[in-house]
Ligand binder design. Structure first.
Ligand code: UD1
Ligand code: CA
Length: 455
């Protein structure tokens, strides 16, 4: 049996979220809860994923159009056992099946694999965990030999059973044949008049099968999200785990509790990340990179030795080795900064290719531009890339110098070694090595009288 079917229950209403959005579409680290579970399922070879939807079924299905998984709808919420029953027709013969939950996002591929490994034709497996406060959970009843015998729901438990700290996580695995045989035997004679999936354990025991308990590697793997408070708490737990991984791989964090990764962050070694920076999408850091406080970096690649000073935003850009950016810089999509470049405070770039060693140090907008190497852009320089209808390009050759407060009206070219006088408006080519002065000549008016205050 190498085939695995993975059933993910996601029909619940999520009443306590108080939301129009189905609960499993709420985001943890900017990724829907259900996606976390589907990603963990993807860690299992040849897994066929079946998602049981109910509340907001259409919305959930629409969110996963491009994903390889099957959706079945549970029209009436008659309990977890009934929910799994709705998926029965999608299960394959000669396969193992594991039941997961769309609102328990941090389950790991390793734990799913452990659950499956414990399953054979005479064993089923159940994921359990010992909790200090087991209130609300189904308790695990073991016999004198320590074998799992049954699960008793909180609402059905005796005072003595309520003292048990080992609880059901709801995650179980068995062969699809056994699941199909036993599901119809589940009844609804209980405090909630629901078909409890958990009853399978007692049914299995009565049929002479043994139930192997498996434990997750951490409690966070089995924590569910029922409210926004729990979602926020789990976000912190998850972020802390990501921070620990990053530190273990050789990056220092000023404070691992003030670090946010929403996507994939790859990093070399000896990087330093100050507090409150957010990394979104796919971000790659080389080595010896330093990120200041309060930066936002999304879908970007930063080479070795880059220094990002505080309060900088970098989006869909590539930053060359040893570049220094910020504080307060905004690097917009399509920017490619060469090595040893400098982009300083209150500079905005967009679709700007900047050659090695070039500097844009203060208060500039450089958009739809291509700068050569060792170019110096003076403070307050603006590329006028937009004529109100179309975008146009500015090209600036190697070693050029653009004086402060210049306006470069695109399309325009400054050839290499060009020199633009401060305060110029440039709208035609500056030939190589030329000085361009595009400003009104200064007049001094002698004997001029200042205005006086009206009486
Ligand atoms: C369930 C377990 C309990 C365990 C706990 C762990 C049962 C009967 N009880 O209790 O032993 O300790 O999880 O969190 O299984 N769902 C459906 N359709 C339904 C009912 C539920 O899809 O008809 C989904 C919900 O969306 C939810 C999950 O199943 O994601 C759990 O359902 P819920 O009713 O909340 O079970 P618990 O009371 O938490
Ligand atoms: Ca619940």
């Amino acid at each position: 049996m190498t085939k695995t079917d993975i059933v993910i229950l996601a029909a619940g209403k999520g009443t306590r979220m108080r939301s129009q959005l189905p609960k499993v579409l709420h985001r943890l680290a900017d990724k829907p809860l259900l996606s976390h579970v589907l990603d963990a399922a993807d860690g299992i070879a040849d897994a066929h994923k079946i998602v049981v939807t109910g509340h907001g079924a259409e919305t959930v299905r629409a969110a996963y159009q491009d994903r390889s998984c099957t959706f079945v709808e549970q029209r009436d919420r008659l309990g977890t056992g009934h929910a799994v029953h709705c998926a029965l027709t999608e299960l394959r013969e000669q396969a193992k099946v594991v039941i997961l939950y769309g609102d328990v996002p941090l389950i790991s591929s390793d734990t799913i694999a452990k659950m499956l490994a414990a399953v054979d034709h005479s064993h089923i497996s159940l994921l359990t965990i010992e909790l200090e406060n087991p209130t609300g959970y189904g308790r695990i009843i073991r016999d004198a030999d320590g074998h799992i015998e049954a699960i008793v729901e909180q609402k059905d438990a005796t005072a003595e059973q309520l003292q048990i700290g080992e609880v059901n996580t709801g995650v179980m695995a068995m062969t699809t044949e056994l699941l199909a045989t036993w599901l119809p035997q589940i009844g609804n004679q209980n405090a909630q008049a629901e078909y409890y999936l958990t009853d399978l354990i007692a049914i299995a025991r009565n049929a002479g099968y043994s139930v192997t308990g498996v434990n997750p590697s951490s409690a966070s793997e089995v924590e569910g999200v029922n409210s926004r408070q729990q979602l926020a708490a789990l976000e912190r737990v998850y972020q802390r785990q990501l921070a620990e991984q990053l530190m273990a791989s050789g990056t220092s964090l000023a404070d691992p509790n003030r670090f946010d990764q929403r996507g994939t962050l790859t990093a070399g070694t000896d990087n330093f990340i100050d507090v409150n920076s957010v990394f979104e999408g796919n971000v790659s850091l080389g080595s010896n990179v330093s990120i200041g406080a309060n930066c936002y970096i999304r879908n970007s690649t930063l080479a070795d030795g880059v220094e990002i000073k505080a309060n900088t935003v970098i989006d869909q850009s590539t930053i060359g080795a040893n570049a220094v950016i910020g504080p307060f810089a905004r690097i917009r999509p399509g920017t490619q900064l060469g090595s040893n470049t400098k982009v300083g405070n209150f500079v905005e770039t967009k679709k700007a290719i900047v050659g090695n060693g070039s500097k844009i140090n203060h208060l500039s907008y450089v958009g739809d531009a291509e700068l050569g190497e060792m170019v110096n852009i003076g403070a307050g320089t603006i590329t006028c890339n937009y004529d109100g209808v179309n975008k146009h390009k500015t090209e600036i050759g190697d070693n050029s110098f653009v004086g402060s407060n210049s306006t470069l009206v695109a399309p325009v070219v400054i050839e290499q070694d060009g020199f633009v006088a401060a305060g110029s408006t440039i709208n035609s080519t500056v030939a190589a090595g030329n000085l361009a002065v595009g400003r009104a000549k200064q007049r001094n008016i002698a004997g001029w009288k200042r205005p006086t205050k009206n009486k």
